[in-house]
Design a protein around this ligand. Structure first.
Ligand code: FUL
Length: 483
């Protein structure tokens, strides 16, 4: 009996030794050991994965910005902070109309400029006399943050706040400790009075305080404040979960790495390292092997493409004729969501406090177009993740008689971002021809090509940081957009 028991224990021990150990995954950040070779670094960065919050955020794909505030009433983009609160008086403010409109467009999250650079607060803050409380709107008893929050709850929309670090009204701005205290107090109000917050947007724009004083922000304390009060919220731009794509034109990179060597700007002790590597948000290359060779660390720091539906971020009636066309919005969609980014599209309400009819109609049209385009794939999706090594190909049968012009590829980013390049061919008239090629895939990659009537499609993963985890493949037909 005893010997049988010993044998069983030994067999179990042996089994546990022979089962392949799960490779270590690095959440959000990885430090390479000193002297690590390029191959070792490539292997480690391939196992860098997003935090749960970053993964949830990436899956939203479409998020909306609402720039609304004093500038809406003064016609400016960057208010001086000296305009009277008396000017803030929307006549028909209806946050439910905003949220319904955004829902129709397919947007999943909305971020409100609770305070822009002029310092005017859209909630009745106790921290300053420059807020809705001092305005005639709802006799000083209104709260835009709360109204939008409630509308989001009603329509199941995620909710975020933009709190401009730059403040042209605050007397203390430029007196660093005093202003940091005020800023954190404002942030705390937003994070503790309105229930769950999904995203906090920290703008990087920053001017001088009185007499040229330079404000030094205490980013570590600011981010700690979010961590303490809203641990599930993601932080953007000067935050460390979401990276600014580097332009405000709606143009993502051709090669977009979420597992990148650029450190968030709020990590002040990493500023010099970014400089050493020649990295800034605008850099073209944020993840090549050449860069990796030089790097000491890497971050999961995915890109967000922020762009306005109008030339300005705030509403100006003279721009009513300049709302982006549906064609342009769809182009932006391919260059953002289709390029491993989340789109943050700004739709600024007008002086009434409503999303203007022109913008509302455009948003609806955009949502309908995207939904229709991706409603039906002409190839069967993978029934399980395709684990592809470099050079591996897979063929897909295209539905008979189909015309296609759009390909969708997705990696399972919960296991990291790995693909460095791929090639797509189609079998037509008895031979294979190249349809398109690409570099990174990441969460989602969309590629467009001329109408094609092929019978089969072949995808080859030409280079990858490690075995790629291709989660989905789709082939669609995008209708031409009427001009
Ligand atoms: C910039 C700001 O200066 C603009 O006014 C706008 O808010 C944009 C989203 O970010 O940095």
């Amino acid at each position: 009996m005893r010997s049988r028991l010993t044998a069983t224990i030994m067999a179990l021990a042996l089994l546990s030794c022979t089962t392949t150990p799960q490779p270590t995954l690095y959440t959000k950040h990885v430090v390479f050991p000193e002297g690590a070779t390029l191959n070792e670094k490539v292997d480690m960065i391939s196992r860098l994965v997003p935090s749960e919050g970053q993964l949830r955020w990436q899956q939203l794909e479409l998020s909306a910005f609402i720039h609304f505030g004093m500038n809406t009433f003064t016609g400016s983009e960057w208010g001086s902070g000296k305009d009277s609160p008396e000017l803030f008086n929307p006549t028909e403010l209806d946050c439910e109309q905003w949220v319904r409109t955004l829902k129709e467009g397919g947007f999943k999250l909305v971020i409100l400029t609770a305070k822009h650079h002029d310092g005017f607060c859209l909630w009745p803050t106790a921290t300053t006399d420059y807020s809705v409380k001092q305005s005639p709107w709802r006799e000083g008893k209104g709260d835009v943050v709360r109204e939008l929050r409630d509308a989001c709850l009603k329509y199941d929309m995620k909710f975020g706040v933009y709190l401009s670090p730059w403040d042209r009204n605050a007397k203390s701005y430029g007196d660093s400790p005093a202003y940091n205290k005020l800023y954190i107090a404002q942030l705390t109000e937003l994070l503790t009075h309105y229930g769950h917050i999904d995203e906090v947007w920290f703008d990087g724009a920053c001017g001088e305080g009185e007499n040229g004083r330079k404000q030094e922000y205490e980013w570590s304390a600011i981010l700690r404040c979010v961590e303490e009060h809203q641990p599930n919220a993601v932080t953007a731009i000067m935050g460390d979960d979401i990276r600014w794509v580097g332009n405000e034109g709606g143009v993502g990179r051709e090669t977009e790495w979420s597992a990148t060597m650029i450190a968030p700007g709020s990590y002040v002790d990493k500023v010099a390292e970014n400089r050493r590597l020649g990295l800034e948000e605008m850099s073209k290359d944020l993840g090549s092997r050449e860069l990796l060779e030089e790097a000491k660390e890497a971050y999961w720091y995915p890109s967000e493409v922020d762009v306005s539906i109008r030339p300005g971020w705030f509403y100006h009636s003279e721009e009513d004729g300049k709302v982006r066309s549906i064609e342009n919005l769809v182009e932006i969609y391919y260059r953002s969501v289709g390029s491993n980014s989340v789109l943050l599209l700004n739709i600024p309400p007008d002086k009434r406090g409503l999303i203007h009819e022109i913008d509302a109609a455009r948003i609806k049209e955009f949502g309908t177009y995207i939904k229709q385009t991706f409603a039906k794939s002409y190839i069967a999706n993978l029934n399980k993740t395709w684990r592809a090594t470099a050079g591996e190909s897979r063929e897909f049968k295209i539905k008979k008689g189909a015309t296609v012009n759009t390909l969708l590829l997705q990696e399972d980013i919960a296991e990291g971002q790995r693909v460095e390049s791929f090639m797509v061919e189609c079998f037509e008239g008895g031979e294979w021809r190249e349809l398109c090629t690409g570099t990174t895939i990441g969460y989602k990659r969309l590629l467009r090509f001329d109408d094609c009537h092929a019978e089969r499609l072949r995808i080859t993963i030409t280079q990858t940081r490690a075995t790629a985890n291709i989660k989905s493949v789709g082939l669609y037909y995008a209708e031409p957009i009427a001009k």
